[in-house]
Design a protein around this ligand. Structure first.
Ligand SMILES: Nc1nc2c(ncn2[C@@H]2O[C@H](COP(=O)(O)OP(=O)(O)OP(=O)(O)O)[C@@H](O)[C@H]2O)c(=O)[nH]1
Ligand SMILES: [Mg+2]
Length: 345
């Protein structure tokens, strides 16, 4: 999963990028965007690894973060191109400047407008093209398809012009397919992250009204704290009143906030977390490991994490205790499931 860090210039995206991934922003990559990975911390996986001591090691799920050039507030000519970098991203993390004292709700509203403008530009270009196609001689069937697309696009255009995300339109799946290749930014999952000057108090209510799942952390302070040894860190964190649980929690919140979950495969060979979308059926989830497993899927042996833990991580105890389940293709995988996929190859 690739998450694009977006926001106005100077909102602290590169600072957040470095905090989350540990990689310093490379000035030569500013214009095209820079990608680095962050592991999703998971105590359950860590504990199972201590138990299994896997020969090939342990692999956490990861998020790829994409640092992008910020948008200009007054000089917006280049903004659509800058946002174009994000078309490939699966989700957007809007980074708000919460350290220089501006109004956060206003900042977010303004940024969402920029996303709308960028999408409108794309939609309008496509509409113009389809209209000019209608004037040309073309097989009737093709014209019909173009007309259907035109109709859907006009609906989206109207929503965007009214300042709304097309998410609110609840598009039909054929319509979604038509517009998928356009990679509209306003259709991508969005989360809001406030780069706070300090960590005190809840986020402002007017911001939460616009983005109920908004999260925040004092990134600069967190980065400075991370450089201290553990003892002084605890002292300073208490003194500064830092209540956010830091980097790991932030990565966790982003991962789950974007609608992802993990399942595990564990054993003496390797312990691993696999990232999938929430509500994914087992047959599709197994494709995260290998497409062959999905193609030849027969069934999955599944244990819920709490059951596996209660059984002392011994599969045989789950078996005798009746908590090892045999599930079919349609089974909806739950966060923390320990899975063993059986497939015909
Ligand atoms: N006081 C304070 N300053 C911060 C914080 N985070 C970032 N800054 C400062 O804000 C400025 C911009 O930060 P960047 O992380 O480069 O912002 P950006 O969003 O990547 O900026 P562009 O790449 O130009 O869009 C830098 O001078 C940072 O030192 C913070 O939490 N507190
Ligand atoms: Mg930057």
């Amino acid at each position: 999963m690739k998450i694009g860090l977006v926001g106005f210039s100077g909102s602290g995206k590169s600072t957040v990028f470095q905090w989350l991934t540990g990689e310093a922003p490379d000035p030569s990559k500013v214009q095209q965007g820079q990608v680095a990975m962050a592991d999703l911390p998971d105590e359950r996986l860590d504990k199972m690894s201590v138990f299994f001591k896997p020969k090939k090691g342990t692999k956490h799920a990861a998020i790829a973060f994409l640092d992008t050039p910020g948008l200009m507030v007054d000089e917006r000519k280049d903004n659509a191109r800058r946002l174009g970098i994000l078309r490939e991203a699966n989700g957007l993390l809007v980074v708000l400047d919460g350290f220089s004292g501006g109004n956060l709700a206003e900042q977010l509203a303004k940024f969402r407008e920029e996303l709308i403008y960028a999408d409108l530009e794309i939609i309008t270009n496509r509409i113009d093209k389809l209209i000019s196609q209608q004037k040309k001689t073309k097989p009737a069937k093709e014209k019909e398809l173009d007309l259907a697309e035109l109709e859907s696009l006009k609906k989206i255009q109207a929503a965007l012009e009214a300042g709304q995300s097309p998410r609110s339109l609840s598009l039909r799946s054929e319509e979604e397919k038509l517009i998928r290749s356009m990679q509209l930014l306003t259709l991508k999952p969005e989360m809001v992250f406030v780069n706070r000057g300090d960590a005190q108090g809840p986020l402002p209510a007017d911001l939460l009204a616009l983005a109920p799942k908004a999260i925040g952390a004092p990134v600069q302070l967190e980065k400075e704290l991370a450089e201290l040894d553990e003892e002084s860190r605890a002292v300073f964190a208490a003194e500064l009143g830092i209540t956010s649980s830091g980097r790991g929690q932030t990565i966790h919140d982003i991962f789950y906030g974007m609608g992802r979950i993990v399942f595990f495969t564990v054993g003496e060979d390797e312990c691993r977390a696999w990232a999938i979308d929430k509500d994914t059926p087992a047959v599709e989830a197994s494709g995260a490991i290998h497409t062959d497993l999905s193609k030849g899927f027969v069934r999955a042996n599944v244990m819920g994490y709490p059951d596996f833990l209660a059984a002392g991580y011994e599969e045989k105890h789950c078996k005798t205790g009746g908590t090892l389940r045999q599930e079919s293709k349609e089974y909806i995988v739950k966060d923390g499931d320990i899975m063993h996929i059986l497939a015909n190859r």
